[in-house]
Design a protein around this ligand. Structure first.
Ligand code: CMC
Length: 452
């Protein structure tokens, strides 16, 4: 595929076998890479493209978030993540992502009030938790309870109704901290918390997580600021796996609660939001500075499944700008709390060794947001199993903003990728009594390992 002259702004695809050529239009966003628009490719040529993991595929157009992975730039609606983390609060960022502009004081006040009026969860939904094992991972509970919201809030599942869409969006943002805190309290056998509408979003999240009815709970401003910043840093990240999952689920017309539940499920994986929990487990496993080299070597060994968690990113080939803010915040929280955390020292040394290692330099593997977020959350008292829940609480607004945007996109279609079929050609059916023994040693592990 060769770029033609700039003036005509198209590409020519030539089949070298037949000499046939087709013109494909170029597309350019307000910033970022030039794209080849292949929408009409199959219709006009009968050809498909092959791109596992969508490494070269833009699945949609979006006004929400821009990333320049080479330069380490992240903008939400044009504002840098560093500015938003320093100068805005999470509610402003929610409004910005959802509605495109930073709110005026009146808009902010009205948005805050509306969110606060949806923080409670239905009493019957609270009873839903008792069906789970106390030992269940809170992310398992999140997938179930958020998916179940559609069974409780029928008045906001009609996606063709703008007011119902707004209601579902605000409900989800408002209820996620309550649902997450209840999952935590359930695991401890403690009473479910009551949201406090006189508190900010971050303060309320802290009080729901850590207060109990028997004692007063003091919210340290440094901690609520750190939680607020953590939520901002997780609020959106363009077409990542969970956001793409939400868009794909939503493209079929599924209701918003089901879509967000699908996003939570996707986020849970250790290559995505589950990495913050995996970083802490990795640091525990490494244990001490003198064992770092061994683990750096393991990460480079192709036969070893071990990867340095919290390192690398599909888009960033530079320092993740969220990690820069998170690193600073991490030091602030630890010094405010007077915590000397040996795991932070281990993490700092690991970061230093990896950043100077040829393998990580050559593959442009830098620390990502998850490398520091787990250490901050641990310092604030969040149990490891709640780390990805915190990520999900922050990311909900991003998921819902993309879902909202997708529903009014005039190019939107049901997401339905094609495939490169590599299976058997059509063959005759053989009846059971005529199927012979095979020479191959069949075992479940052989079958599940792709043996067939
Ligand atoms: N440790 C060791 N090697 C790595 C790592 C790592 N953390 N990440 C990538 N590589 C290697 C990988 O083996 C591959 O090597 P080769 O070219 O020899 O095959 C090369 O770097 C490119 O990696 P890739 O797997 O092809 O890249 P990807 O874009 O498919 O994966 C990733 C991106 C984030 C899944 C991956 O870097 C990873 O698994 N990192 C650890 C998990 C993690 O921290 N995830 C959080 C991501 S940020 C938060 C979020 O958005 O959820």
């Amino acid at each position: 595929m060769n770029p033609e002259n700039e003036a005509d702004d198209s590409f020519t695809l030539t089949d070298n076998g037949t000499g046939e050529s087709w013109k494909l239009p170029a597309r350019t966003g307000t910033m970022g890479n030039r794209l080849v628009d292949i929408k009409s490719l199959y219709g006009t040529t009968g050809l498909l493209t092959y791109d596992p993991g969508f490494t070269s595929t833009a699945s949609c157009k979006s006004d929400i978030t821009f990333i320049d992975g080479e330069k380490g730039i992240l903008l939400h609606r044009g504002y840098s993540i560093a500015d938003l983390a320093e100068k805005s609060d999470f509610m402003e960022v929610c409004y910005l992502l959802l509605y495109g502009e930073l709110p005026t004081p009146e808009e902010k006040n009205s948005f805050n009030t509306d969110i606060k009026h949806h923080t409670l969860i239905h009493e019957q939904l609270a009873r839903f938790y008792s069906g789970f094992m106390r030992s269940a991972h809170p992310m398992a509970i999140m997938v179930g309870v958020v998916g179940a919201l559609s069974a409780f809030y029928h008045d906001s599942t009609d996606i063709t109704d703008i007011e119902q869409r707004r209601l579902a969006a605000h409900r989800l943002i408002a209820k996620m901290p309550t649902i997450g805190a209840c999952a935590y309290k359930y695991s401890l056998g403690l009473p479910f918390p009551t949201p406090r509408n006189n508190l900010s979003y971050a303060e309320n999240l802290l009080q729901m997580m850590f207060s109990n009815p028997a004692e007063d709970y003091e919210i340290l401003p440094a901690l609520s600021r750190a939680v607020d910043r953590l939520l901002i840093l997780h609020a959106d990240h363009e077409q990542n796996a969970s956001t793409s999952t939400v868009r794909l689920a939503g493209s079929s017309g599924a209701n918003p609660y089901a879509c967000i539940a699908s996003g939570i499920a996707s986020l849970w994986g250790p290559a995505h939001g589950g990495a913050n929990e995996a970083v802490l487990k990795m640091l525990e496993e490494i244990g001490s500075v003198d064992r770092i080299r061994k683990y750096i070597a393991k990460a480079q060994d192709k036969k070893d499944p071990f990867r340095l968690m919290g390192f690398g990113h599909r888009v960033y080939k530079n320092y993740d700008p969220r990690a820069t803010v998170m690193r600073k915040s991490c030091h602030e929280v630890l010094s405010t709390l007077g915590i000397q955390d040996p795991q932070l020292e281990l993490a700092m040394r690991l970061e230093e060794i990896a950043l100077n290692d040829d393998y990580f330099i050559e593959k442009k593997l830098y620390p990502n947001v998850d490398f520091y977020s787990g250490i901050i959350m641990k310092a604030m008292g969040f149990p490891t199993s709640m780390f990805t829940v915190m990520f999900a609480i922050g990311r909900t607004v991003g998921w819902i903003s993309h879902w909202k945007e997708m529903l009014v996109d005039d190019e939107q279609k049901i997401g339905r990728p094609r495939q490169l079929y590599s299976g058997k050609k059509q063959r005759r059916h053989i009846s059971l009594d005529r199927r012979g023994h095979t020479e191959k040693k069949i075992s479940w592990s052989w079958l599940w390992g792709g043996g067939r």
